[in-house]
Design a binder for this molecule. Structure first.
Ligand code: NOJ
Ligand code: NOJ
Length: 419
């Protein structure tokens, strides 16, 4: 799987990331473009699954940085800010000019998070001068202050703008996915700006992160489950966001919290009822559950998605680690986890409970594995809701990036990766 993933990065040595290879889909249109979201999450996964071996991937990371400096430097032909343009041509890094859901304002947060991880890797590798030349220049005339600062500055004024969601269909000014990943970027950015000697940016980022946090809970926790937005409440993007946007210092929506437990219990019922393959797999003794984008999705037939299911597994692995680090949740919360896991009882000592969470993660991954093994571990975008056969885009880079990043959580002894 990692091999297929690597093939889609650094296209033609220019640093772009193909969302999927050429001709990967005949039904859903071409995925042979550089999507800012898919690329940022993939380049983050590349680094997080390679702890301690940055030199192996350094040239891919530097190519990506140079590519994104190119995309950031253009005037957008579609009338939006180029930092929130969804996708770019792989031939020349210019914005796609066909009709599309624009803008998509999750990109600046996702990309700056990936770039901050890159900057830390570069600094650890004695390459501070590269960081100062491209990522944080301390000079507004040089790359708008650097790739990281330019993106974070977008969020300061743009975080509450109208945007398309991550599935490129719905519009709102307040999506959970966008807000939680933005605030994570701002908190990390604040620390990073401080390290680069820019206390004024650090303060603005920190204050805006607090502002986003001040409504994140009230606007998205509806008392029953965490909702993506008022006009699109139940949404698998929430599950992905709980991983990618978690920030350990604020501890908001921690992986074993009551809110996450209720959300999992609720979404289990939604996706179990939605996809016949879930009932069939359970009847056949295949563990786990498959999640998709949302109930009523019709894209390529409206099916479970590998990356969203894998994100659920990741949430459970993160829960296991969280229990080992922070202890066992209260008995009220454990009661909700019982319902979510459909078990009669749960152990109350940290090690045994962490093992249950890890086993639940394994269960979900085993169900994904059951449907992708037959394709020689090529991971597509979707699995047929009735038969489980893989569908839509083959070798979707983002799918493959979610799955191996789970293992890094287990292999790495660097707890900061879990953030
Ligand atoms: C393409 C988008 O990528 C996908 O998310 C969306 O569902 C379809 N267009 C239909 O709008
Ligand atoms: C459609 C998905 O809905 C969207 O999230 C993704 O960015 C594109 N496909 C490209 O993979």
């Amino acid at each position: 799987m990692r091999g297929y993933f690597l093939l889609n990065l650094n296209v033609n040595g220019a640093g772009g990331v193909a969302a999927a290879p050429k001709f990967a889909t005949t039904t859903a249109g071409s995925y042979y473009y550089h999507w800012l979201r898919d690329a940022a999450l993939s380049m983050r996964a590349l680094q997080e699954t390679n702890p301690g071996n940055f030199t192996d991937i350094e040239s891919i990371v530097k190519s990506y940085i140079q590519w994104e400096l190119k995309t950031q430097s253009q005037t957008d032909p579609n009338g939006v800010d180029v930092r929130v343009e969804p996708k770019f041509e792989l031939s020349n890094a210019s914005p796609y000019t066909g009709g599309w859901c624009r803008p998509q304002d999750d990109a600046p947060g996702l990309r700056s998070t990936t770039m901050i991880i890159a900057a830390q890797n570069l600094i650890n590798n004695n390459e501070l001068s590269y960081v100062q030349s491209y990522l944080w220049t301390n000079n507004a005339n040089s790359y708008n202050g650097g790739a990281i600062k330019y993106d974070l500055d977008y969020i300061l004024t743009g975080y509450a703008s109208n945007t398309c969601d991550l599935w490129e269909e719905t519009q709102s000014t307040d999506f959970f996915w966008n807000r939680i990943t933005m605030k994570k970027a701002l908190f990390l950015g604040s620390q990073f700006a401080t390290a680069m000697g820019d206390t004024s940016s650090a303060t603005s980022y920190y204050n805006t992160a607090l502002t986003i946090n001040s409504t994140l809970y009230a606007n998205h926790w509806n008392g029953v489950f965490i909702q993506e937005s008022t006009n699109h409440p139940q949404d698998g993007g929430v599950i992905v966001g709980l991983n990618d946007g978690f920030y350990a210092e604020d501890d908001l929506f921690a992986p074993t919290s009551l809110e996450v437990a209720q959300t999992v219990a609720y979404y289990n019922a939604v996706f179990c009822g939605e996809y016949a393959i879930n009932t069939q797999d359970t009847a056949n003794g295949v563990p786990g559950i498959l999640y998709g984008r949302y109930k009523g999705d019709v894209y390529a037939g409206g099916n479970p998605w590998q990356l969203i299911s894998a994100a659920l597994a990741s949430l459970f692995y993160r829960g296991a680690i969280y229990i080992l680090t922070n202890g066992v949740p209260s008995s009220d919360v454990l009661n909700v986890w019982k319902a979510a896991f459909n078990v009669a009882s749960l152990p109350t000592d940290a090690t045994s409970l962490a093992q249950v969470f890890a086993a639940q993660g394994d269960g979900v991954l085993l169900r994904v594995r059951y449907h992708v093994a037959g394709s020689g571990f090529h991971v597509w975008e979707q699995m047929d809701r009735n038969t489980g056969f893989q569908l839509s885009a083959a070798d979707l880079t983002w799918s493959v990036s979610v799955v191996p990043s789970l293992f890094s959580l287990l292999l790495s002894d660097d707890v900061s990766i879990v953030r």
